[in-house]
Design a binder for this molecule. Structure first.
Ligand SMILES: Nc1ncnc2c1ncn2[C@@H]1O[C@H](COP(=O)(O)OP(=O)(O)OP(=O)(O)O)[C@@H](O)[C@H]1O
Length: 566
């Protein structure tokens, strides 16, 4: 390659003024001396411009074109590019271009769809979300039977979490999913499990679903029965531990497919000598309300979860964690322990559903709370209504007050027997109970259809608790209302709850958002121990000891009354 060639290549695509650079052009033999005075007739021929007769122009153009065909540089063995820097317009290149364009376009469409439904994902090779359940038929060969069962439940269109979590689990990926309360997370994990397990097999439990409370486990069990109708699975819920001991002996447990339980009961069975249950064939471990189950300490399930995980020895084990709220500890654990993890988040993390109209009501004192709740009832309530208090004692006290107010009220807490709890839940579902007083026990996961109002009689201990409690209303696209009472005692979490409210579009007084942020220590303390509060009684303090005795006596009678009404 001489100087001329180099010049040609460097000048590819450029035009220059022949009069000004005539001497250069002569030097590089671009023009003949005799043609130099021919009037300008600029022609661009891939880099060199000549002023010449039309024939010589044509010839030079043809020469240049010819040269272009042969002048290629070999870069890597088997790959070559034209030396003039132009793109190679071969057939394969064209194809791969259109292929790349297609992929890019598809990516953009997928992202657009996710944005539209407020779905965000992390992880590699995240499967495309589905827009309709019918796509599962063609893309994942999900049976018509299963899709019909979904339809029977009234599930015509997937909710955002179902759009993304279902394909992820159908592709056998491990998942951490966070989506708002009442957004259909249960079906998002049940559908893939039913599909994967396909038919009953006498291999022992192949899927386990862990829930923090028996009430939630029962609800999931019912949903699982409905969605797996005609599959013939043996689905089990550990309710009576003594019965379970005999039921799940190493031999008999072979015939079961799906186990739905609280971690405590399962660990009890695992701890028997020899273990009363085998988890060696478990392929799917679902942790519902994952952040709750990851809590440390007395009220947490962290240790039990660890034991259950260890007992699931199958090399083909997949884990999926679901919740409406999440903590950094859960995310960290998942990233560390779950290979090929995909995270799916719908909406803002740890936020309240914007379909819920939220109100903070200053009631001054404990007695102010009773006045306020009676006012609300007097103004007229549209049942069903859930009322949250901080302890079982207070639940009982409030019940003793409201039972004589002429409304169908009942109470549920951990001190009531399992039969009583089951009856109360059933009656509330059937509309026989209008107002249900409850503790944190009912705060998570419970899906009562059409709860119109949630009253936080006692201020929630954390923002997470607030989100779950009020999330018992405004479910599955329906509107709801939540009223939270507060006194001067409740300032610790007022600011953060006001922030959650503002984020979901509710009006909050500015002063609440500007309140002093309380220390982590103070908030932690409140999380562990509920604040001391005056007894829930209408009578003045000096008469309370007499009335308290009366309440205790009444509590016995009330139990009889409620027993009869159920
Ligand atoms: N695709 C769907 N279409 C219509 N309704 C649905 C659909 N999927 C679930 N639901 C209904 O939505 C309600 C809430 O579902 P689910 O209990 O699974 O919510 P969740 O996200 O688990 O809530 P939480 O966080 O409070 O536990 C249920 O009544 C359920 O039957």
């Amino acid at each position: 390659m001489d100087a001329y060639d180099i010049f040609k290549k460097l000048a590819v695509g450029s035009k220059f003024n022949m009069q000004r650079f005539q001497s250069d052009a002569e030097k590089f033999k671009l023009i003949n001396k005799q043609t130099k005075n021919v009037p300008n007739d600029e022609v661009e021929t891939n880099g060199f411009v000549d002023v010449c007769s039309k024939t010589s122009l044509k010839r030079k153009y043809e020469e240049a074109e010819e040269e272009k065909k042969i002048d290629t540089l070999t870069l890597i063995k088997g790959m070559s590019v034209p030396v003039d820097g132009s793109k190679v317009k071969t057939k394969t290149n064209k194809n791969s271009m259109t292929e790349a364009k297609k992929i890019k376009l598809e990516r953009e469409q997928i992202n657009q769809f996710r944005n539209q439904h407020h779905i965000s994902v992390t992880g590699s090779h995240v499967p495309k979300s589905i827009a309709t359940f019918d796509e599962l038929l063609t893309e994942y060969q999900v049976s018509k039977k299963l899709l019909n069962n979904m339809k029977e439940c009234g599930y015509e269109q997937p909710t955002p979490i179902q759009m993304q979590a279902i394909p992820v689990l159908l592709q056998n990926r491990q998942l951490l999913a966070c989506a708002p309360t009442g957004s259909g997370k249960t079906a998002a994990f049940l559908l893939p499990i039913i599909h994967h397990l396909n038919a009953p097999q006498k291999q022992g439990f192949r899927a386990i679903i862990l829930s923090p409370t028996r009430e939630l486990a029962k609800q999931t069990y019912r949903e699982c029965l409905r969605l797996s109708e005609d599959y013939g699975f043996r689905i089990h819920i550990i309710s009576k531990i003594n019965q379970a001991l005999s039921k799940y002996g190493p031999k008999s447990s072979q015939k079961f497919d799906i186990l739905i339980t609280t971690p405590k009961r399962l660990v009890f069975l695992l701890k028997q000598e020899p273990p009363a249950i085998s988890l060696a064939n478990v392929q799917w471990l679902i942790v519902d309300e994952a952040d709750k189950l990851f809590e440390d300490g007395m009220r947490g399930f962290r240790d039990q979860l660890e034991e259950i995980s260890t007992a699931c020895t199958n090399s083909n084990l997949h884990r999926a964690l679901f919740s409406a709220t999440t903590t950094p500890a859960v995310t960290k654990w998942c990233r560390k322990n779950l290979k090929g993890l995909i995270t799916v988040t719908v909406g803002q993390r740890n936020s309240a559903v914007d379909l819920i109209e939220q109100e903070l009501l200053f009631v001054g004192s404990e007695r102010g709370k009773l006045v306020a709740i009676r006012n609300i009832i007097l103004k007229g309530i549209a049942p069903p209504v859930l009322v949250f208090v901080q302890s079982k004692e207070r639940a009982q006290e409030l019940f003793s007050e409201l039972i004589y107010d002429g409304i169908n009220v009942d109470v549920i807490h951990a001190d009531r027997t399992q039969t009583q709890r089951d009856n109360v839940v059933r009656c509330f579902r059937e509309g026989k109970i209008w107002v249900l007083i409850c503790t944190e026990l009912m705060g998570r996961g419970i899906d009562f259809k059409g709860v119109n109002l949630v009253i936080n009689y006692d201020f929630p201990p954390t923002t997470i608790s607030y989100i779950h409690r009020i999330g018992r209303t405004g479910r599955a696209g329906h509107k709801g209302k939540a009223i939270t009472f507060f006194t001067e005692q409740d300032t610790t979490n007022l600011r953060s709850i006001a922030t959650v409210m503002r984020a979901s579009g509710c009006d909050v007084p500015e002063y609440m958002l500007a309140m002093k942020k309380h220390s982590k220590k103070e908030r932690r303390k409140l999380e562990r121990t509920a604040p001391e509060r005056d007894t829930i009684l209408t009578v003045p303090k000096y008469k309370q000891h007499v009335t308290k005795k009366l309440h205790k006596k009444n509590a016995v009678n009330i139990k009889k009354v409620t027993k009869n009404t159920h």
